[in-house]
Design a protein around this ligand. Structure first.
Ligand SMILES: C=C(O[C@@H]1C=C(C(=O)O)C=C[C@H]1O)C(=O)O
Length: 314
């Protein structure tokens, strides 16, 4: 997906969170929105009780997956959006009833549903007068009985529909970075995902998102938040760079400030300037000089500390 396509993708508002149209990657099931499924609780508690419990500890956007149309009264009264679960995707009566509430709808792809069938459900919601639709890739059933996310299909759904897309990661953050790189506007985590899973997804969304997505902030607050994400990616790369520069100091015949290679430094600045034309070589040179000198100081300190340790061990 081109970055322009990602920017042009229409936005859907779920409570105070906005998904799509160059907004930051939303983590649903994390800090941007929570969700609760009435499916697992069916028969044990009422929809009101379950939604009430979810609301009790959370004032932000709340999505609810109904078990059946009977739940929709409670959902309409207390939720900010509705999830049409993968197993329910082709229940047209339920989809119709959900769309008519008027809340944003997240349509999960059924495990065996084709792209056409999935997009048809979104159009079906729109035909009911509800165009606030987000598509959520929830995986296909594999021959081994598990499910596997189809990120190519997710990307295609985004391009074909112009709607925001989510990747349903369940409780495994392993594909979070891949999903963001494939153009996900949001990541859907299991309602009971662990704090570690949520943090790993958030980290992937921040760092990978900063590299592959173009954002379109229109307020100081939003632009500063976008800068914070770029800085998070920069810091991650700076930390990695310090380690690699340290490796060179240990491997080359003369390391540290004594072995400084200004020709190599000029060449790397020139190469970087091609990717950072707004800064250009002249402005980039002092920036990289500071980065390189900081790296050399860290490398010298580490080599010194290692020498002390080995002489102490005798
Ligand atoms: C890492 C090296 O040592 C020094 C540090 C550099 C860097 O941080 O990129 C570049 C050139 C050298 O002055 C190297 O020689 O490649």
């Amino acid at each position: 997906m081109s970055q322009a396509t990602q920017l042009g993708r229409r936005a859907v508002r779920i409570g105070t969170s906005t998904i799509g149209d160059g907004r930051p990657v939303a983590v649903i099931g994390g800090e941007d929105a929570r969700w609760v499924s009435l499916r697992g609780h069916h028969g044990r508690s009422t929809a009101e009780e379950i939604i009430g419990a979810a609301r009790a500890g959370w004032a932000g956007p709340l999505l609810v997956e109904p078990f059946s149309a009977a739940d929709l009264g409670a959902v309409a009264g207390h939720a900010d959006g509705v999830v049409v679960g993968a197993a329910w995707m082709q229940d047209f009566r339920l989809v119709q009833a959900v769309a008519r509430i008027g809340l944003p709808v997240v349509v999960q792809r059924g495990q065996a549903a084709t792209l056409e069938e999935w997009l048809a459900i979104a159009d079906y919601c729109a035909a009911e007068g509800n165009d606030q639709v987000v598509l959520c890739e929830s995986g296909s059933r594999t021959h081994l009985g598990g499910t596997t996310l189809d990120l190519g299909l997710m990307r295609e759904a985004a391009e074909r529909s112009g709607r925001p897309v989510l990747a349903d990661l369940g409780d495994d953050p392993a594909l979070a970075a891949a999903a963001v790189a494939a153009g996900a506007d949001g990541l859907l985590l299991a309602p009971d995902a662990s704090p570690e899973t949520i943090e790993a997804a958030r980290e992937a969304a921040t760092v990978v998102g900063a590299v592959v997505r173009r954002e379109a902030p229109d307020t100081v607050l939003a632009a500063r938040a976008a800068i914070d994400r770029v800085d998070a990616a920069l810091a991650t790369l700076l930390e990695r760079r310090v380690g690699l520069a340290g490796t060179v100091q240990r491997l080359k015949p003369v390391g540290g400030f004594k072995g400084r290679d200004m020709d190599r430094e000029r060449r790397l600045v020139a190469a970087m300037a091609r990717r950072a034309p707004s800064l250009g070589e002249t402005r980039l040179a002092p920036v990289m000089n500071a980065v390189i000198e900081a790296g050399l100081r860290v490398a010298e300190e580490r080599i010194h500390a290692a020498d002390l340790e080995s002489s102490a061990r005798g």
